[in-house]
Design a protein around this ligand. Structure first.
Ligand code: UDP
Ligand code: MN
Length: 398
């Protein structure tokens, strides 16, 4: 559990919840990595608190003399870890009852399974634990490299709705992985800086190199989502672009065209030496990105494949473009007409060979098939939940 200037009560809430809600014989140790915090309360008083209140050896507090960033701090913790299975935490969480066993169950069945808990929400302003009632929570991502919360379709449930289900992306924390497997996979890319993108990179790597990422609906962990209380040396966008681009260059091949189509600044970046990461890909004989797109995340639209035509749709009378309003991960959303200056992630559409007018997860469809009004108004609706409407591309002469 790396932390940087986490308020002590919040940090301890995380620690106490783990101790109180994990069978003692399954918990080897809790490793706290202070990533160069400057808050005075986290210095000696935290050491004192730990030695006074916790059994000897249960909490291992290690400190970076200066801030190295989340990725390096996690790797430092891994180097210290003595247990068989690693679980990564943020320092502002509360695990729920029986959170641990369902994760360990999956990882111990298969050493190359990465088991993810489902995140509940803890309100940043009240610290109230709020159950995420979407028990079918699934994490996905789009070409803008932003990951989001979406849902499972009924055909993906498995035998019961509480069965673990494969997912295309992971959140940064709250997952369990066999330590040997983590090392075998090459850990994290330690050249990535501070924060960001390491979760997507790892999701792709797990799938492409023979592993599996599972959502475990029965394991629940609350997380405080809040504005990040720290700066990014050089600026947040610079840092995340750098990290994303390292991941993209190693794994995406030609599909990077979509990422760069949205974020042109990434392409020209000097991202340093990638040899160590490319070696991993070669050594583990990892598959190409096609495989991931076809088998793990077919919902992500490859705009120019199996299409009659793709691009923006501009209404010439008003000079506005069809726009998904960034509601791209919802089952149903309004479709808007907005100035034609948004990226492909919002204004890219494909007219597929089977006639669907598609954005990332959604297709343009009439609201319904009942009344005349329902038939003449369109919405964005999930392409996979139901059969999407079909469209014809008509060449119009003025
Ligand atoms: N963190 C860190 N060093 C940093 C940035 C973050 O140790 O330079 C820690 C942070 O305290 C937290 C974890 O890494 O425990 C994940 O960061 P954060 O919660 O800000 O990420 P988010 O949940 O917003 O994605
Ligand atoms: Mn966090």
């Amino acid at each position: 559990m790396p932390f940087y200037n986490e308020w002590p009560s919040v940090l301890l809430r995380t620690v106490y919840s783990i101790i109180n809600r994990s069978p003692r014989h399954l918990l080897q140790e809790i490793i706290l990595v202070d990533d160069g915090s400057t808050l005075e309360y986290l210095n000696k008083s935290l050491d004192d608190y730990i030695s006074l209140h916790f059994p000897q050896g249960l909490i291992n507090l290690i400190r970076n003399s200066e801030r190295k960033g989340l990725i390096a701090a996690r790797m430092r913790g891994v180097a210290e870890a003595s247990g068989e299975i690693l679980i990564f935490f943020d320092s502002h969480m509360e695990v729920n009852i029986d959170w641990l066993q369902p994760l360990l169950f999956e990882v111990s069945k298969n050493w190359s399974t990465v088991a993810m808990a489902t995140l509940d929400y803890i309100k940043a302003d009240t610290f109230l634990y709020e159950y995420n009632d979407n028990y079918l929570t699934r994490y996905g991502w789009s070409w803008n490299m932003i990951f989001f919360e979406t849902f499972f379709r009924t055909d993906q449930y498995g035998e019961t709705i509480t069965d673990p289900r494969p997912g295309p992306a992971m959140v940064g924390a709250a997952f369990a992985i066999n330590k040997d497997y983590f090392q075998h996979l090459g850990g994290y890319d330690q050249s990535m800086s501070v924060w960001g993108g390491e979760n997507l990179e790892m999701s792709w790597r797990v799938w492409l190199c023979g592993g599996r990422l599972l959502h475990v609906p029965c394991s629940r962990i609350g997380h405080i989502a809040r504005a990040q209380p720290y700066d990014f040396p050089g600026g947040r966008t610079q840092v995340t672009n750098f990290n994303y681009e390292r991941a993209v260059r190693v794994w995406m091949g030609d599909y990077s065209r979509f990422v760069h189509g949205i974020n042109a600044n990434m392409q020209a970046l000097d991202v340093g030496d990638l040899r160590e990461r490319l070696d991993i890909k070669w050594k583990l004989q990892c598959k190409s990105f096609d495989w991931y797109l076809n088998n793990v995340w077919p919902e992500l639209n490859v705009y120019d494949q199996n299409v009659q035509v793709w691009g923006r749709l501009m209404n010439k009378a008003v000079n506005l473009c069809l726009d998904n309003g960034n509601y791209l991960f919802q089952a149903e959303a309004v479709i808007l007409l907005l100035p034609c200056n948004h990226g492909m992630d919002m204004q890219g559409f494909s007219l597929t060979l089977d006639g669907h007018l598609r954005t990332t997860l959604q297709c343009v469809s009439p609201i319904g098939s009942g009344s005349a009004e329902d038939q003449t108004q369109v919405k964005l609706r999930d392409c996979f939940l139901e059969k999407a409407a079909t469209w014809n591309y008509l060449q119009v002469t003025q």
